[in-house]
Design a binder for this molecule. Structure first.
Ligand code: NDP
Ligand code: HEM
Length: 501
């Protein structure tokens, strides 16, 4: 087999890729050795900023196949019976950096990009149906508590529990995070949720509220804290290995896709705010409707190109799917594209993984990565409106008006919100074993934090359910006694196993 000739980035053939150009066999190196300079300069530019959250991730390509008929709720072409839409998924942990171990207790990101005939539809969810906060104003502070302390450069349980114990709206998500499902063995064995409430809009221009669910067809599997410690000791890449090798073997992971649909005016009647991201819609009230299957069936050829450079954004909607008044969603509509312009560059949506697979026309002009031709439909049309047949708006895509009212004010998101009933409903689903593991997972995470913060958090658990509070209190006392005994043992034998040698 003949090999292609190695070249510089400008295409000049390279005769020697092993030895730099030097004056005499021992150097120094000549400045004209452009091949060496190019190689070193490229190495210096191989890293881009990691995502500010969800830095560690794993992903694959796949297909969304619609089998159910929800055409009375949405006109989205990708959701019509029989539609098959190519897509890409990126899963992630939230807090860890790019090199973090996979088997950590953390929420998993569940980001999907569907390349529909009407543009890209991104659903940027998690493996949990709810979130820790309900107002985006709290999000950067919350994330600071999950990341490293500025002085110790260590993650700080005190910061985490200080924030959570002062934010009762976090109880629902905290209960899920420290339950069995908070540490899945890999992404194949977990559900995904769009989490927010979105709009469906049908051909008649009627709006419905909708939530998206992706139920694993591989079954739920999770690790205990002890098992995860052993896994991380063995491999830090357990999820990458699991997803990549399953797809290589032809075992394509699948998720059943479901929606819950709420008539627009029901939003005024529910006992909870249906746009509150700390709440689910009980299945008994809004039963999930099966609409199809999502399958992942192709590994990326190049991880950096297709997964690291993937840019998912809740702002990417298509006709028939739209936003809701959820305050968190509204902020995310801004935040992601802003992050991508910083992390990837101005024209990131023209990178192959992000490019829509339908005609795209816009008048954005120059800037970093302007490597694509004019997208306006005519070279003389570089502004709008114009007389040169450039792309123009089409009123048929207008959404029905969204009914809103109210005076502008910084309304407290804590007043009139029940933060306890839904975590209670979840706690009541757990059997005795699940409850015990919940208590000990919480105790392990809370160990060592100041007593007043622990007391404040336990008081919140007690308001969810007296057994919840009592269980965590007992587990924390047990953890404290065990750790004290270990410390006493170490003080008696400070050198530990080494002394025995
Ligand atoms: P249902 O009994 O109808 O639904 C219970 C849901 O809980 C199922 O979707 C099930 O997921 C999920 N579940 C079971 N065990 C766990 C766990 N350890 N961690 C997270 N989720 C779990 O009850 P309701 O709809 O009335 O909801 C009751 C509670 O269930 C809620 O307060 C919420 O905490 C939780 N839940 C509800 C969801 C919803 O959309 N209504 C979605 C997910 C959780 P699966 O089907 O995969 O087994
Ligand atoms: C990633 C902001 C809440 C899911 C990110 C990123 C930012 C961000 C800036 C990095 C994007 C990038 O560089 O590509 C926010 C803000 C939030 C919020 C401001 C609250 C207002 C949420 C919620 C969810 C979520 C509620 C899930 C329901 C994700 C996921 C990713 C991510 C899955 C990773 C996407 C990927 O794989 O590229 N978020 N986020 N975020 N966020 Fe959020």
């Amino acid at each position: 087999m003949t090999r292609p000739t190695l070249t510089t980035t400008a295409g000049n053939p390279i005769a020697d890729n092993q030895n730099s150009l030097t004056a005499g066999p021992h150097g120094p190196v000549l400045m004209q050795d452009y091949q060496l300079l190019e190689k070193l300069a490229h190495q210096n530019r191989e890293r881009i900023p990691e995502r500010v959250v969800h830095a560690k991730g794993w992903g694959a390509h796949g297909t969304l196949t619609i089998t159910g008929d929800i055409s009375k709720y949405t006109k989205a072409k990708a959701l019509q019976p029989g539609a098959q839409t190519p897509m890409i998924a990126r899963f992630s942990t939230v807090a860890g950096e790019l090199g973090a171990a996979d088997a950590e207790r953390d929420v998993r990101g569940f980001a999907l990009k569907f390349y529909t005939p009407e543009g890209n539809w991104d659903l940027v969810g998690n493996n949990t149906p709810v979130f820790f906060v309900r107002d985006a104003y709290k999000f950067p502070d919350f994330i600071h508590t999950q990341k490293r302390h500025p002085k110790t450069n260590l993650r700080s349980p005190t910061a985490m529990w200080d924030f959570w114990s002062l934010s009762p709206e976090s109880l629902h998500q905290v209960t899920i995070l420290f339950s069995d499902r908070g540490l899945p063995v890999g992404v194949r064995n977990m559900n995904g949720y769009g989490s927010h409430t979105y709009s469906f809009i049908n051909e008649a221009g009627e709006r419905f509220w909708v939530k998206f669910h992706f139920k694993t067809l591989q079954g739920h599997k999770h690790w205990t804290n002890g098992e995860a410690t052993e896994v991380v000791g063995r491999t830090r890449e357990s999820t990458q290995e699991d997803l990549f090798t399953a797809i290589e073997r032809g075992e394509f992971p699948k998720w059943k896709v479901q929606v819950q649909v709420m008539p627009e005016l029901d939003a005024e009647k529910t006992s909870y705010n249906p746009f509150d991201l700390t709440k689910v819609w009980p299945h008994g009230e809004y039963p999930p409707i099966d609409i199809g299957v999502m399958e992942l069936n192709r590994n990326p050829e190049n991880y950096f190109n297709e997964i690291e450079q993937a840019a998912f954004s809740p702002s990417n909607i298509v006709p028939g799917i739209s936003f809701s008044p959820d305050k968190m969603l509204q902020a995310r509509i801004f935040s992601y594209a802003d992050a991508h312009r910083y992390r990837l560059g101005t024209h990131y949506e023209h990178l192959p993984v992000n490019a829509a697979k339908c005609p795209v026309h816009h008048y954005h002009k120059d800037g970093a990565m302007r490597f694509f031709p004019q997208m306006t439909g005519n070279t003389d049309a570089y502004y709008e409106p114009n007389s040169f047949n450039g792309a123009a708006e089409d009123a048929k895509y207008a959404e029905p008006p969204l009914k809103i009212s109210g005076d502008a004010e910084r309304y407290s998101h804590r007043i009139g919100n029940d933060d306890f009933s839904q975590p209670r409903a979840l706690f009541e689903l757990f059997d005795a074993g699940q409850r015990q593991r919940l208590f000990s997972n919480l105790a392990a995470a809370m160990y060592g934090i100041p007593q007043e913060i622990a007391d404040r958090q336990i008081a919140l658990f007690t308001k969810v359910h007296p057994e919840y509070g009592a269980g965590v209190k007992a587990a924390l006392e047990h953890e404290t006694r065990t750790k004290a005994a270990e410390t006493a043992q170490q003080q008696k034998n400070p050198a530990g196993p080494v002394a025995a040698e």
